[in-house]
Ligand binder design. Structure first.
Ligand code: F6P
Length: 328
């Protein structure tokens, strides 16, 4: 596949949107145009490919979007693309426009689709990690994670004001699907007493014991940040257990939800999105296909798509130790 001549690039965003996707689209479009390639925007992820909802893009199409959250191409999770028939339709639609390469901005589910599609139809694909969850190996950061964490931190800081005023225990649930990065980063940054994440086993007895001990010394203000996807259950479940075991605790739950996915991307997200978008096109032109473009130690890094699909980032155990020491 490495000797193909690329002339027309399709770009799409797929899966949950993330702040910075627009900056990535802009970089892909403008770098492609710089190299004399034609660019097409595929609407609503793989759905637009299957349904032939594809638009021609020029430099003006991506003007004034670098600062906007969401995605101008819209996004979706497409069931039809799971089936061969759907992928064949998608291929025919690309073929009819002469689109010979794809840049897919999304998470591991989107890369799974890209990997399969590329093998079946011999279409070079490049993946850009766009997800607030930061649950993809081969990159230190995903597009949108930094903004989402900062949104969570801002919200939790506000919660802390009212928590302090009322001497309450707050359990704040953040997103992340089955990854605990948003919880870990936002919990550390807001001085949480406990952080509950799927990557480590939750010792509920230890949490109860420390809360009981704090209550004895009249430290009633406590913040627990919990990731949504833990084996332990959600914030309400944790709150019910705490209320049952420590009936005197004045406990409230706050689920931050989709607020974490919106908003203007942070400077960091705009930078990595621009960097990755540029290298997605460069990579296609160099014949380096079916890779995800990531950033490791501030340097561009390429990981085969199939690895990005299978591997996850790992949370170092020393972080949890630090959380305990700093919150004591
Ligand atoms: O993958 C991004 C994410 O926001 C997860 O953190 C969350 O679990 C999921 O998407 C929510 O998806 P939806 O918007 O479809 O409910």
């Amino acid at each position: 596949m490495a000797d193909k001549k690329i002339t027309r690039v399709g770009v799409l965003t797929s899966g949950g949107d993330s702040p910075g996707m627009n900056a990535a689209i802009r970089a892909v479009v403008r770098t492609s145009l710089f190299h004399g390639l034609e660019v097409f925007g595929i609407m609503r992820g793989y759905s637009g490919m299957v349904e032939n909802d594809i638009i021609s893009m020029n430099s003006r199409s991506v003007a004034n979007i670098i600062q906007r959250g969401g995605t101008i191409l819209k996004t979706a999770r497409c069931k039809e693309f799971y089936e061969y028939e759907g992928r064949k339709k998608a291929y025919d639609n690309l073929k009819s426009r002469g689109i010979d390469a794809l840049v897919v901005i999304g998470g591991d589910g989107s890369f799974q689709g890209a990997e399969k599609f590329s093998k079946e139809f011999d279409i070079p694909c490049i993946g850009l990690p766009g997800t607030i969850d930061k649950d993809i190996a081969g990159t230190d950061f995903t597009i949108g994670f930094d903004t989402a964490v900062n949104t969570a931190v801002e919200a939790i800081d506000k919660i802390r004001d009212t928590m302090e005023a009322h001497d309450r225990l707050f359990i704040v649930e953040v997103m992340g699907r089955d990854a605990g990065y948003i919880a870990l980063h936002s919990g550390i940054a807001t001085g949480a007493e406990n952080i509950v994440i799927p990557e480590t086993k939750t010792d509920i007895e230890e949490i109860i014991q420390s809360l009981t001990e704090k209550e004895k010394r009249k430290k009633l203000v406590n913040l627990i940040v919990i990731a949504e996807g833990g084996e332990f259950g959600d914030a309400y479940k944790l709150s019910a257990i705490i209320k049952e075991r420590i009936p005197t605790s004045d406990t409230r739950v706050c689920i931050l939800g989709h607020i974490q996915r919106g908003g203007s991307p942070s400077c960091h997200d705009r930078l990595i999105a621009s960097h990755m978008g540029y290298y997605a096109v460069e990579s296609l032109l160099l014949g380096r296909y079916n890779v995800m473009v990531g950033v490791i130690n501030n340097k561009i890094h390429y990981l085969p798509l199939e690895k990005a699909v299978k591997e996850k980032q790992k949370i170092g155990q020393e972080w949890m130790k630090i959380v305990k020491i700093l919150a004591s």
